[in-house]
Design a protein around this ligand. Sequence first.
Ligand code: ATP
Ligand code: MG
Length: 393
Amino acid sequence: MEIQVPAPVEQIIKQLNHCGYEACAVGGCVRDSLLGREPGDWDITTSAHPEQVKAVFRRTIDTGIAHGTVTVMIDKTGYEVTTYRIDGEYEDGRHPKEVEFTPDLIQDLKRRDFTINAMAYSPETGIVDAFGGMEDLKAGIIRCVGNPIDRFTEDALRILRAVRFSAQLGFEIEAETYEAIKTMVPNLRHISRERIQMELTKLLLSSHPERIRMVYHTGMAPYISDEFGRVSLPLPAVSPKLPAKKHLRWAAFLQNEEEADAASILKQLKSDNDTINRTRALVRFVKLPLLPEKAAVRRVMSQMEPELYDDLLVLKETRQEDISQIRRLTEEIRRAGDCLSLKSLAVGGQDLMDAGIRPGKAVGETLNRLLELVLDHPEYNQKEILIRYALKA
Ligand code: ATP
Ligand code: MG
């Protein structure tokens, strides 16, 4: 079995070999290459200790020396090179107290979470597969390396990683591993909310976002947070047809929640503000009926960025709402270039003050009233008409 290794990775492996050390690509990049997926990054594992790695290469960065990781720079790209290690006992179900280097590749593979993530490859050795990773890869199975209860006890993040990989790869979780997940869910309490969010986001952005259900079926959800545990899952499930945008997938998942609750769940999980705000807007508007009338459509369009509005329509479609008329009206409104925001109103604050409106609150209020008018009557978006209207009312 051959893997296409990028030239810089091959160069790093060869240079380490040349200096008498073993080195291979390892983990996710081997898994993804074997599946014909584009690996996100290439990790290298080696028998060389960090200072030895640093002596071999001209440009390196001390990324995590204590854990054996050195970043080797080739051109402008960094590659993580990590010494073979055995993880010591885990302090809090998350951080290994200490790491111990080992000269044995198999020991390093043994500390890895799942069989499909525990394979290594180098042009010299070919695939190194000591735990049946290849077989599980072919069968589409997520299985812990070793005893799953022990492995989830060491690090509870693996519980979420199992579900996330299952969603990304469309794999099934092997029975004993699945049972161990159900037993070990309370340990998720040790995992930071941000790490949890990152895994859930990857899950939702995957080709099987509907597997977010597994977070509920396994009993994980209440250990993420009380609010998270109470979420009422959408029916039909989060659709893989939705474009893989964070706010869109999160909104699909949280669509039955009140907008404030959706926002609060995301905030608790330390999501970024953009995602929180967009998700909140989608969760709010997806529940409001959108009448197939131009003025109503303009009003909704005026309340969000064009791209977010398009996302809203896509989301409504997955709720099996017929929005073909809305789409047609949207097209017409856009083609006509109807005014949808204060920015494109034919008058500005200065125009109103020049016409005699008193500077201050009245100016803003008048502008908003004019926008309301124009949303109903786009043909009124002319300076003269608007000033006359502003002075009259
Ligand atoms: P991706 O990068 O697509 O998320 P990956 O498998 O590369 O997937 P990383 O988090 O980049 O995942 O980790 C690289 C490798 O390190 C994994 O393939 C696995 O072998 C090992 N690993 C990562 N996290 C853990 C963990 N929590 N427990 C045990 N091994 C882990
Ligand atoms: Mg990776």
